[in-house]
Design a protein around this ligand. Structure first.
Ligand code: SAH
Length: 249
């Protein structure tokens, strides 16, 4: 837990953290404000596993850090497949919800999950090359300096390990779909969840990764069909996308 005397991380926006803390009690409501994260979770879980460990190996026994884990939707799913997961975030309430939920689902976890309030940059100093896999999903668009977060992720992963990022592209279509559509028309997300200027293009994220010493290995899009209420992975990276990178061995 962060004590009152802990200085705030320089690479965190207190307003963003407050936004997620205010919604924390709804984190595991599959029909509520975080419904989209629940809906995409099986898709991204399978994708991350394939990218990180190939077809013959899996999460079993792997050391994973989930950066910006929130209430732990992905962290717990990876632990349920046998990974030893550390979820980190700087918003206290989502972490409290994540801990409670992990306690409730302890019986279904093949691996383990624990949660800490620590900045990625600080954990990178503490445990460099400490993880087989780093996931950083739907988080970069909420931090002041995403390139610094990418560098921290690159430090956390072991040589030969994989870092997977997901975020939202920045273009007129993503403005219409991710903000107007998702927050105002379809009300999939609370208004104010996202700010257009913080969206990141795949080219920018690939450059941050390369500058941090990570090789881009896969770029996959994620699309939503409002008629069927179904998300899919595919080639369309115009709005949501997942970039998988690898630290050279
Ligand atoms: N990665 C999770 C949650 C995404 S919501 C998932 O995809 O299921 C975004 C999360 O990023 C929130 O929990 C928020 O508190 C966290 N976050 C925002 N800024 C952060 C920062 N600077 N450091 C760590 N976490 C941060």
């Amino acid at each position: 837990m962060t004590s009152a005397s802990t200085p705030p991380s320089p690479n965190a926006d207190p307003a963003e953290l407050a936004k997620f803390s205010a919604l924390a009690h709804k984190w595991w409501d599959k029909t509520g404000d975080f419904k989209p994260l629940h809906q995409i979770n099986p898709l991204r879980l399978g994708h991350i596993e394939r990218q990180a460990f190939g077809p013959n190996d899996g999460f079993q026994g792997k050391q994973v850090v989930d950066v910006g884990c929130g209430g732990g939707i992905l962290s717990e799913a990876m632990a349920s497949k046998g990974a030893r997961v550390l979820g980190i975030d700087l918003a206290e309430k989502p972490l409290a919800v994540a801990r409670l939920h992990a306690y409730e689902s302890a019986a279904t976890l093949k691996g383990s999950v624990e949660y800490r309030a620590v900045a990625a940059e600080d954990l990178a100093r503490e445990r460099p090359a400490g993880f087989d896999l780093v996931t950083c999903m739907e988080m970069l668009e909420h931090v002041p300096d995403p390139a610094a977060t990418v560098r921290a992720c690159a430090t956390l992963v072991r040589p030969g390990g994989v870092v997977v990022f997901s975020t939202i592209n920045r273009n007129p279509k993503s403005f219409v779909f991710a903000i107007v559509g998702a927050e105002y028309i379809l009300r999939l997300l609370p208004r104010g969840t996202h700010e257009y200027r913080k969206f990141i293009t795949p080219a920018e994220l690939t450059r941050y990764a390369r500058d941090a010493g990570l090789d881009a290995v896969d770029l996959t899009g994620m699309t939503y069909n409002p008629v069927t209420d179904i998300y899919r992975l595919g080639r369309d990276t115009d709005v949501n996308y997942i970039l998988a990178t690898r630290r050279p061995a």
